[in-house]
Design a protein around this ligand. Structure first.
Ligand code: HEM
Length: 363
């Protein structure tokens, strides 16, 4: 007997997929036209969340252990890039939902009570796997976010809190950045000297600028003292630790040093992919923030300052999450410590060779 040929519908289980939309308004006998759009949009989001988790899990797997194989970095960068493209789509998708008017939404909104996007398990899994900590989360009605989840949903989300996150794995990976100390070359001392020279030059320029009056000069010099202190914390373990204790930094000093080396010497062949990896993580963080803003504006447009179906202060709560729920902020913040290419300490010739492509082929 010959087996039936596989069809498009069978392979993708289209029948099942298209039977998963059950508007509540239809159930009670007065179907509201826009509820179908509301359901499909949310389901589409959840499908894309599933794909993001699929990528994230594979990336985390490649990072686990003490050694990220060099050939894996390209794959990691490619998969992060895929997440970025999906995120862009997710932000644009909000526009489709905005074709529904607030009045049309009100026709079925009460039927959703007390369900809320706040209960999206996959959204929480993405946040936790990326590295969001429960202590940094804005409290929701003075309660922890997981209090609004039940049974297996809650268990699943709490499991991801215990797993090692991408942030933690990245930190360990950065802490192992090679070449910071290479024979006679100490990156950290050379960098510190270059920074001091740059700041002193700028301060001299301010002091001798004939266009600045005394008070403008004083303000500019005071600003530079602050910049100087920010740099000092980077060189001084105790000061850096204080920044961490006060919650101003999360990434360890050692990892920050590794990341800075990568960002400063990104032009060297073997640092190009690590640089892209860091840039992608910043992109993902920024796109997540953009989605939060976009969603909070959508909520404002739909329900104004009414409370959410989940019971939060709606728009106000969501706006705060956009401001505070950043995961890779310390990587974005490396820009504070970037110096011009022309001021970069020159690498010893031997080290430059090590950082060239021949290094990987030569081994
Ligand atoms: C008419 C459209 C929408 C309205 C009025 C709305 C409203 C809200 C409100 C008020 C909250 C805060 C929690 C609460 O009190 O319920 C919330 C949270 C949330 N919503 Fe929506 N939402 C809409 C569309 C969407 C869509 C399309 C998604 C896509 C999955 C979504 C995902 C989420 C998520 C993940 C949260 C939790 C955010 C966080 O805690 O950081 N929402 N939504």
């Amino acid at each position: 007997m010959t087996k039936d040929k596989l069809s498009y519908g069978e392979y993708l289980q289209i029948d099942r997929l298209l039977n998963l939309q059950s508007p509540k308004s239809k159930e009670i006998g007065s179907e509201v036209h826009d509820e179908m759009l509301f359901i499909i949009i949310h389901q589409a989001y959840e499908l894309w969340f599933k794909q993001i988790l699929h990528e994230l899990d594979s990336i985390i797997k490649m990072f686990i252990g003490n050694y990220v194989q060099e050939e894996n970095i390209g794959t990691v960068v490619g998969r992060l890039d895929r997440i970025i493209e999906i995120q862009k789509l997710l932000i644009n998708q909000v526009g489709i939902l905005e074709t529904m008017t607030p009045m049309d939404f009100l026709e079925f909104r009460d039927l959703l009570n007390p369900a809320s996007g706040f209960q999206s398990v996959q959204f929480r899994e993405i946040e936790n796997k990326l590295g969001m900590t429960s202590s940094q989360r804005i409290k929701f009605g003075k309660q922890r976010y997981d209090k609004f989840l039940e049974g297996d949903d809650r268990k699943k989300v709490l499991e991801t809190e215990k797993e090692t996150s991408l942030f933690e794995l990245l930190e360990k990976w950065l802490e192992r950045t090679p070449f910071l100390q290479f024979e006679g070359f100490n990156f950290w001392n050379s960098y510190q000297m270059a920074v001091e020279e740059m700041i002193n030059k700028d301060m001299d320029r301010i002091s001798s600028n004939p266009n600045l009056d005394d008070s403008a000069q004083k303000v500019s010099l005071q600003n530079y003292e602050t910049i100087k202190r920010t740099y000092e914390a980077l060189f001084n373990e105790k000061k850096y630790q204080k920044l961490m204790n006060d919650g101003h930094r999360r990434l360890s000093q050692k990892a920050t040093r590794g990341a800075l080396f990568i960002q400063l010497y990104r032009d060297e062949p073997i640092l190009q992919l690590p640089h892209q990896l860091l840039t992608h993580l910043v992109d993902i963080d920024h796109l997540l923030t953009s989605w939060r803003y976009r969603h909070s504006l959508l909520v404002f447009r739909m329900i104004g300052v009414k409370i959410g179906t989940g019971g939060s202060a709606g728009h106000g709560y969501l706006k705060k999450t956009a401001e505070k729920h950043s995961i890779f902020r310390d990587i974005s913040n490396l820009s504070t410590y970037i110096i011009p290419r022309s001021s970069l300490p020159e690498l010893p010739e031997e080290l430059k060779k090590e950082l060239g492509f021949y290094y990987t082929h030569g081994k």
